[in-house]
Write a protein that binds this ligand. Structure first.
Ligand SMILES: Nc1ncnc2c1ncn2[C@@H]1O[C@H](COP(=O)(O)OP(=O)(O)O)[C@@H](O)[C@H]1O
Ligand SMILES: [Mg+2]
Length: 502
C-alpha cells in the first residue's frame, strides 16, 4: 500500500468506478427521457381524437355512456392509456376505471395547459390519479361546447399496466447487457490505466534502483555499475517528460557528487603528502642541529674556538631554515584555508619593485649579480594587496638569486597593458627542465638544482615559495606563467589589475 503504483491504482479504480456508475445512471435517465418524449409525441393526439369523436358533456352533464365507450376503445388501442374527464379546474368528473383504484379526485391542470399550449418541451408530466406519488406523461385536450370550455380529457400514458410491465422488465436482457458493457468498459480502461501507470512507475523504480546502487557503491568507483545504469536510464526515454528530466538531473547530481568526492580524495591525498613532506623536511635540519649540539656538549672542552664557532654557525643556519619553513607552512595553510582576505588598494608598483630590489642588493653585490629594473616611463598604479604582492616579488627574486651563479644577471621588467600591468622576473640561472615546469608550483616541489648549485644562503628554501606565489595571485584573480631553458635562465611572468583612475 506504500508504493506509488498501489496508491495510483486505487485512485484510478475509484475514478473509473465513479465514471462507470455515473455513466450508467445518466444512460438510464436519458433512455427513459427519450422513451417518454417519443411516447408523448406519438400519443399526444389521442385526447383530441377522443374529444372530437362524440360530445362528452351535453348541457353541462357528463355523457357517461359515451365516455365509457370511448375509454374502453382507447384502452383497447393502447392498453397503457387511462382516460379521465376533468372539469375546467381539474376535478375528475368521470373515468372508466374500477372506482376504488382512483385515489385522487382532482389533478393539477397546469401541466395540461402547458401541453395544450405547447408551452414546454416534452416530456411533460402530470399527476397520475391512481398513483398520486408519481407523475406520468399524458395526452390532454380541452372539451368545448359552443366555444365554451367544459373541461378536459386527460389521458395518462403508461398507467398501471405500463408500471407492471416496466417492473417485470427491470431485470431484462437490455438492462443487463448495458450494465455488463459498462462494467467491461470500466475494467478495460482500468487495465489500460494500470499498464500506463506500470510503465511510468517502472521508470521511477529503475531510477530509484540506480540511485540506490550509486549510493551503495560509496560514490567511489568511477564508471561503476550504478553510474552506467544511470547513464542507461538516461538514454532510455527519448521524450523530455518530467521523469526523463528528473533522470537527467539525478545524473548531473551523481556526476557532481563523484567529481566532488574525487576532489575531496585528491585534497586528502595532498594533505597526507604535505604531512609526509613536512615531517621529512623538518626532521633533516633538526637531526643535523641535534648532532652538532650533542657534539658541542660532549666535546666542549676539546673543541677549538674556531671549530665551536663553525658548529654554532651550522646550527644557526638550520635554525633559520626551520624558521623560514615553518613561516612558509603557516602562511600557505592560511592561504589555502581561505582565511586571508586581500586588502586591495591602489599603489605604484614601480616603487614596490624598487624597494624589493633594495632588499636583495647587498647579497647581489656580494655575489656579483647584477639586478636591473626596466620600467616604462609611465607611473603605473595597480589595484592589489601591497603586502601580498611584496611577498610574491620577494619569493620570485629569492628563487632567481638561488638559481643564478655568481656573476649572473637578474632583470625585473614592468609593462603597462590595456587594463593590466605585466611584471616579469628574468634570470640567467640554471633554468628548469621542461618536464618540471608544470610541477614547480606544487607544494614541496624542489628540483634540488638551486640547492645543489651551492649558491646563496639556504635560508630561502622551503619548497613552498612558488606555491605561496600561486595562491596569492589566485586571490587576485591573476595567473602566473613560467618559461625556462636549462642552463640559460628562467622567466616568471604575471599580471596585476591596473587601478582605475576615478
Ligand atoms: N628562477 C628559477 N630558476 C630555476 N629554478 C627555479 C627558479 N624558481 C624556482 N625554481 C625551482 O622551483 C623549485 C620550487 O621553488 P620554490 O617553491 O620557491 O621552493 P624553494 O625555492 O624553497 O625550493 C625550486 O626548488 C627550484 O628548483
Ligand atoms: Mg623559493
Amino acid at each position: 500500500m506504500d508504493s506509488l503504483f498501489a496508491r495510483l491504482s486505487i485512485a484510478l479504480l475509484l475514478i473509473f468506478a465513479t465514471l462507470g456508475g455515473g455513466f450508467f445512471i445518466i444512460e438510464q435517465w436519458s433512455t427513459r427521457q427519450y422513451y417518454e418524449e417519443l411516447t408523448q409525441r406519438l400519443n399526444a393526439p389521442i385526447a383530441m381524437y377522443v374529444t372530437d369523436h362524440a360530445p362528452l358533456i351535453i348541457n353541462g352533464k357528463v355523457n357517461y355512456d359515451e365516455m365509457d365507450r370511448l375509454a374502453q376503445q382507447t384502452m383497447m388501442v393502447n392498453p397503457t392509456a387511462e382516460v379521465y374527464l376533468l372539469d375546467p379546474t381539474g376535478h375528475i368528473l368521470s373515468h372508466a376505471l374500477p372506482p376504488n383504484t382512483v385515489q385522487l379526485d382532482k389533478v393539477d391542470i397546469e401541466p395540461l395547459q402547458a401541453l395544450i399550449d405547447n408551452a414546454e418541451p416534452m416530456p411533460i408530466r402530470g399527476l397520475d390519479p391512481r398513483n398520486p406519488d408519481r407523475t406520468k406523461i399524458f395526452s390532454a385536450h380541452p372539451v368545448m361546447t359552443d366555444g365554451q370550455l367544459q373541461g378536459y380529457l386527460y389521458v395518462i400514458l403508461g398507467g398501471r399496466k405500463y408500471d407492471e410491465l416496466a417492473s417485470s422488465l427491470r431485470g431484462s436482457y437490455v438492462g443487463k447487457v448495458s450494465f455488463s458493457a459498462i462494467i467491461a468498459l470500466v475494467i478495460a480502461a482500468f487495465l489500460a490505466g494500470l499498464l500506463v501507470l506500470n510503465l511510468l512507475t517502472g521508470r521511477l523504480t529503475r531510477l530509484t534502483n540506480a540511485v540506490q546502487a550509486f549510493t551503495d557503491s560509496d560514490f567511489a568507483i568511477p564508471n561503476s555499475k550504478a553510474i552506467s545504469e544511470l547513464q542507461a536510464s538516461k538514454s532510455e526515454p527519448t521524450s523530455r517528460d518530467e521523469i526523463s528530466r528528473l533522470t537527467t538531473a539525478v545524473n548531473a547530481m551523481a556526476n557532481k557528487i563523484e567529481e566532488q568526492f574525487n576532489g575531496l580524495k585528491e585534497t586528502d591525498r595532498l594533505r597526507r603528502e604535505l604531512i609526509n613532506n613536512v615531517s621529512h623536511d623538518l626532521r633533516t635540519p633538526l637531526a643535523s642541529m641535534l648532532g652538532y649540539v650533542d657534539t658541542l656538549l660532549l666535546k666542549n672542552g676539546q673543541l677549538r674556538s674556531a671549530e665551536r664557532q663553525h658548529y654554532l654557525k651550522i646550527v644557526r643556519k638550520h635554525t633559520s631554515r626551520l624558521e623560514v619553513m615553518i613561516g612558509d607552512l603557516f602562511e600557505l595553510s592560511k592561504l589555502e584555508a581561505g582565511s586571508v582576505q586581500p586588502c586591495m588598494e591602489s599603489f605604484p608598483l614601480a616603487e614596490l619593485l624598487q624597494d624589493v630590489c633594495q632588499e636583495f642588493e647587498l647579497e647581489a653585490t656580494q655575489r656579483d649579480i647584477d639586478i636591473t629594473f626596466n620600467k616604462e616611463p609611465t607611473a603605473t598604479l595597480v589595484y592589489a594587496d601591497i603586502a601580498l604582492v611584496q611577498r610574491v616579488l620577494e619569493n620570485l627574486l629569492r628563487n632567481a638569486l638561488n638559481s643564478t651563479t655568481n656573476g649572473g644577471r637578474i632583470s625585473l621588467e614592468l609593462k603597462a597593458l590595456a587594463d593590466k600591468v605585466a611584471v616579469a622576473v628574468v634570470d640567467t640561472g640554471c633554468g628548469i627542465p621542461a618536464d618540471k615546469l608544470d610541477t614547480i608550483f606544487e607544494r614541496f616541489y624542489s628540483s634540488g638544482t638551486s640547492r645543489s648549485l651551492g649558491v646563496g644562503p639556504d635560508n630561502g628554501s622551503s619548497g613552498l615559495g612558488l606555491a605561496i606565489v600561486k595562491r596569492i595571485l589566485d586571490l587576485h584573480g591573476c595567473r602566473i606563467t613560467v618559461s625556462s631553458i636549462v642552463d640559460k635562465g628562467s622567466c616568471f611572468e604575471f599580471e596585476l589589475p591596473m587601478a582605475r583612475l576615478a
